[in-house]
Design a protein around this ligand. Structure first.
Ligand code: N01
Length: 555
């Protein structure tokens, strides 16, 4: 353990960036393993996504108890989630509780945004600079900066001219926004937009929803957790943890055993009804086995959902605009909703289809389309994020020979296990690009566990520098790229960077999913870290094995 602190510079073994669910866990694991650790967080509070996305209606769509930490039975027992899908304030409280309970706060510096990180090749350490004038030297840099942490504002003419209030869902202010009696616009109808719209619709004078692409929204079916369910959760903790730690996508939902056309028309409609009433993601994970592979099967479910939209939304023209015509269910990450379609039955809510009437410009008073100017007091940007690489590429990370990560990944990310990239030794980024889709904390937690085990391995074997070999990285990146063609979420989704103008179109998730990650981690352990180059910059202890250059794993 090595921790020194001077007036201007602090030195630690492990520097974690980001106090989201991944970074907090990384801090805990590294500290428990005996390393000195500091965590830098740009925000003024912990929570990451659950700190920044505090817009009205923000809530989980993974079950609360499956999203929270599972490393401590005591923590699980003492925190009673109130709802199956907790709202943002509860999640933020939970993450603050975890920090307090495990006495992590003293290792966290808030309000410190990393602006540069440079590798010192001779010592294998990182020098990290923050916007509050701080500098930290660390042997290992773990960027737990998240995949959905850099908000995207489309380049609409006149955006800066608007004189009213403007907010992005992913940068929501700490003090509540007063919507009462205001003329409000929401731009974007992804998971964030469809959560805020029904939440504020009853408060505002008018709400104009600017929709470019309709989404296949289905009910979240949230409800409070009853005392009986609380007791069942506690009694079933070990079994639940086992399922979550080994399941494909980190959910409890069990897969269905029938394909669409195994059932009669009548049985199918009954099953669709059951799915419509089922919680959150089970509509993907427990649906007919061919839903995402057979276009005819998919169309059957889409027709059912479209029927539901037509039955809820009273104005037929609005209903038709809300029904996607350009993509199948599951081709984009589906949002789950509470009262979304119903909101369009309110007289003060209207829908603008941007394919028919695009936004021409902002004026000081509002938004102008071919239909004229809609005067507004508040604009809510629910326009998404620079997914996967957004935060990493903005941190000023420079590796060997001063190479900028932004240049290294100019054509898209290349990684091994979604954890390391060549030429950036001692840098890890769990929960970053090439992470799996699903219930994020489960998969990101697997990566944090691997990073921590790796640091312990290095220490135990007298190494202090680790860099993935290019063969292993190429093999993993090829696996990602080749698997992308059959990925569940298609090229129209932000998982390919498609939503950001000029961003390389590369798949940003791990096509092999969690099983592939588990398999490779096991292989790394079994082959004594041969995929990596391990070196030491200080004398080895007598017990340490001889220095070696890591050979790449066989493709
Ligand atoms: O962002 P998005 P999000 N003009 O990218 C539109 C997680 N999340 O913040 O589809 C007009 O999905 C864009 O239109 P189009 C979750 O993983 C989870 O909503 O590109 N509109 C789209 O409608 C989610 O997937 C929860 O045509 C423009 C919207 O903006 C991820 O975060 C809750 C536009 C962006 O949708 C991101 O969701 C919230 C333009 N120029 C978020 N540019 C939970 O429930 C973009 N749009 C846990």
């Amino acid at each position: 353990m090595n921790e020194t602190s001077g007036e201007t510079q602090k030195t630690v073994d492990v520097l974690v960036v980001g106090a989201g669910i991944t970074g907090i866990y990384q801090l805990y694991r590294a500290r428990e393993a005996g390393f000195s650790v500091l965590l830098l967080e740009a925000g003024d509070g912990v929570g990451g996504t659950w700190y920044w996305n505090r817009y009205p209606g923000a809530r989980f769509d993974s079950e609360s108890y499956t999203y929270g930490y599972l490393f401590s039975r005591e923590l699980f027992d003492e925190w009673e989630w109130q709802e199956h899908f907790a709202e943002q304030p509860e999640t933020e409280r939970y993450l603050n509780h975890v920090v307090e309970r495990f006495d992590l706060g003293r290792h966290i510096r808030l309000g410190a945004r990393v602006t540069a990180a440079h590798l010192d090749e001779r010592s294998g350490t990182w020098s990290v600079v923050t916007d509050d004038g701080g500098e930290v030297r660390a042997r290992y840099l773990v960027a737990a900066t998240g995949v959905l942490s850099v908000p995207y504002f489309p380049d609409v003419p006149g955006r800066e001219d608007f004189r009213g209030e403007a907010y992005h869902t992913g940068l929501w202010p700490a003090s509540p926004v007063d919507f009462a009696g205001k003329r409000v616009a929401v731009i974007g109808t992804g998971s964030s937009g469809v959560q805020i719209i029904p939440e504020i619709a009853g408060e505002v004078a008018s709400l104009t929803v600017y929709q470019r692409t309709a989404n296949w929204c289905t009910p979240l079916n949230n409800r409070p957790i009853t005392p009986e369910e609380q007791a069942q959760l506690r009694a079933g903790f070990e079994a639940m943890r086992e399922i979550l730690n080994t399941s494909l996508a980190g959910f409890l939902h069990q897969p269905h055993d029938r394909a669409t056309f195994d059932d009669s028309e009548e049985e199918r409609q009954a099953f669709y009804e059951q799915m419509w009433r089922s919680p959150g993601f089970s509509k993907l994970t427990s649906h007919y086995t061919d839903l995402l592979v057979d276009p005819v099967a998919n169309a059957g479910w889409c027709e059912f959902v479209a029927g539901k939209v037509r039955s809820i939304v009273r104005d037929p023209a609005t209903a038709e605009k809300l029904i996607p015509k350009d993509h199948r269910f599951g081709e984009k990450r589906p949002p789950f909703v509470t009262g979304y379609y119903e909101a369009f039955n309110r007289p003060n809510v209207s829908l603008v289809d941007l394919h028919q009437t695009p936004i021409l410009r902002f004026t000081p008073d509002g938004i102008e389309t071919a239909d004229g100017v809609q005067e507004l007091d508040i604009v809510v940007w629910a326009t998404g994020f620079d997914f996967g690489t957004g935060a990493l590429l903005r941190m000023g990370i420079h590796g060997r020979d001063g190479l900028a990560l932004a240049d290294h990944w100019a054509g898209g990310p290349s990684t091994f296990l979604g954890i390391q990239t060549t030429r950036f030794p001692n840098l890890f980024f769990p929960g970053g690009p090439h992470a799996a889709a699903g219930n994020n904390p489960r998969y990101n937690g697997d990566q944090v566990d691997f990073v921590t085990d790796t640091l312990v391995y290095l220490r135990d074997h007298g190494y202090d520098t680790i860099e993935v070999g290019s063969d292993a990285e190429e093999r993993w990146t090829r696996m990602v790229d080749e698997g992308a063609a059959s990925a569940v979420f298609g090229e129209i989704s932000y998982y390919f960077g498609t939503n950001i103008p000029g961003k390389p179109r590369r798949y940003l998730l791990n096509s092999g999913g969690r099983p592939k990650l588990f398999k490779e981690i096991a292989r790394v352990a079994a082959t004594d870290y041969r995929a990596f180059r391990l070196t030491r910059s200080r004398p080895a202890s007598a017990a340490s094995p001889p220095l070696r250059a890591g050979a790449a794993v066989e493709p």
